[in-house]
Design a protein around this ligand. Structure first.
Ligand code: GDP
Length: 428
């Protein structure tokens, strides 16, 4: 049995989806263990191009069992749309290859409304939420007002709880936000409808994983977002509301006793960030626009233009550390091919001092980036499949990153397609 986690090292959008799609062929089970429909894992393969919001990226591999673990929050309406879209493209989705943890939390219609109401109230101090109800759903989980997917299998129990929860929820909606209350009849109808659609998918994913372990099967944990958006270790409060760290994989999947043997940290060859919060190496103006266009940096889940800048070694080294990554997949190297020289952020200065490690948000907000320039390679590398064939400047860029973050770069992705990958160590 082997286990592996594919995780984001930075602010998300590093290209985790394409890496899971690539690597899932060697695994029996792929688990999304946190987050919700705010993910947008882009996968391009023989079925087409998809931005997967909820469904694990292993869904395209016929023999893989895909799990939405107890650490996730699931908008069933969104899941219904997503499964339909995939089925239309010819992807098989049944209760045999997609499983929903009975302990996963449900994102209800009022969570999305509350997300929007709060972002609107915050105005220019907003957190940059995707407004998919993720924060409100996780808050309800921890305040014990959430609804677990497994409760859909017990309608009487569910309706009783919903009555109490809704009474409490409407206090906030009406009195704090001066908005319209949600009706029990609407929400219960919504729940009953999706219970009918998904009840055969809901199960105890823990026993499934334990059985898989006994049978020597391999398990891949697929993270959403990146280390810097982690609720505990990220740029709080500009974080997500969950834990995209590899260490949480087994907990959010259903079997906390499992260990993660390998952690593949996905790093983009430059930086990008959706939403608010300090982003030290950020570029503005023409340089930013050129890079944004070259990398097509527009949010997969929201279409929002992403903030962009050079690769940030301090932030990346921190991400590698908290993820416990033992190797790196460096994605989108091909995007940098247009640059004469490639800036690399090698550290920060804050209040006259050089920072040795990634700081807490208040100090981060005052940090200034220190850049060095690496020579560009100015040639198309998208057809190259071995490290030794890469131009010397591209090799040096990879070697510098390895040195600064103290972690080997095992995969180099040079295009969005499944096979546009250099696997180091085996073929040069
Ligand atoms: P994720 O959320 O971490 O899976 O990342 P996203 O899907 O939000 O963003 C990654 C984007 O980059 C997607 O549009 C991918 O198709 C694309 N992509 C991934 N790897 C490469 C690469 O090596 N080169 C190029 N040009 N695009 C890539």
């Amino acid at each position: 049995m082997k286990t592996c986690a594919i995780v984001g090292i930075n602010w998300g959008d590093e290209g985790k989806g394409r890496m899971v799609d690539l690597i899932a062929k060697d695994y029996d089970v792929v688990v999304r263990y946190q987050g919700g429909s705010n993910a947008g894992h882009t996968v391009i393969n023989e079925y087409g191009k998809f931005a997967l919001n909820l469904i694990p990226s292993g869904i395209f591999r016929p023999k893989v069992i895909n799990i939405l673990g107890n650490g996730t929050v699931i908008d069933l309406e969104h899941l219904s749309m997503e499964t339909e879209k995939l089925r239309k493209a010819g992807v098989q989705i049944t209760s045999d290859n997609l499983k929903i943890s009975d302990r996963a939390m449900i994102v209800l219609p009022y969570h999305k409304v509350l997300d929007e109401l709060e972002e609107n109230r915050l105005k220019d101090k907003k957190y940059g939420s995707t407004k998919r109800g993720i924060g409100p759903a996780y808050s309800d989980k921890y305040i014990k007002k959430g609804i677990m997917a497994g409760e859909l299998l017990y309608p009487e129990y569910l309706h009783e709880r919903l009555k109490d929860i809704l009474e409490w929820k409407n206090l906030t909606i009406q009195n704090v936000y001066k908005s319209n209350p949600f009706l029990f009849s609407d929400i219960s109808k919504w729940l009953d409808k999706y219970a009918e659609e998904f009840k055969s998918y809901i199960c105890d994913t823990g026993s499934l994983l334990r059985k898989a372990k006994k049978e020597g099967k391999s398990i891949l944990f697929e993270a959403q977002l990146g280390a810097l958006r982690d609720i505990d270790y990220g740029i709080y409060p500009y974080t997500s509301s969950s834990t995209p760290l590899a260490a949480y994989g087994p907990i959010g999947a259903g079997a906390p006793e499992l260990t993660v043997d390998n952690v593949i940290g996905v790093v983009k060859a430059y930086s990008s960030c959706v939403g608010e919060g300090p982003f030290t190496a950020e570029w503005f103006g023409e340089d930013a626009e050129k890079l944004r266009q070259a990398g097509n940096e527009y949010g997969a889940a929201t279409g929002r233009p992403r903030r962009v800048g050079p690769i940030d070694m301090l932030a990346t080294a921190y991400g590698v550390q908290v993820q416990g990554a033992d190797c790196i997949a460096l994605t989108k190297m091909d995007v940098l091919s247009y640059m004469d020289k490639i800036p690399v952020c090698i550290g920060y200065e804050s209040e006259g001092k050089m920072l040795e490690s990634f700081p807490l948000t208040p100090a981060l907000e005052k940090s200034k980036p220190l850049f060095i320039d690496m020579p560009g390679w100015k040639t198309d590398i998208s057809k190259i499949r071995t490290f030794s064939e890469l131009p010397k400047q591209a090799q040096d860029y990879v070697l510098l990153i390895e040195e600064k973050i103290n972690c080997p770069v095992k995969y180099i992705s040079v295009g969005p397609d499944r096979d546009a990958i250099i696997l180091r160590g085996t073929n040069g």
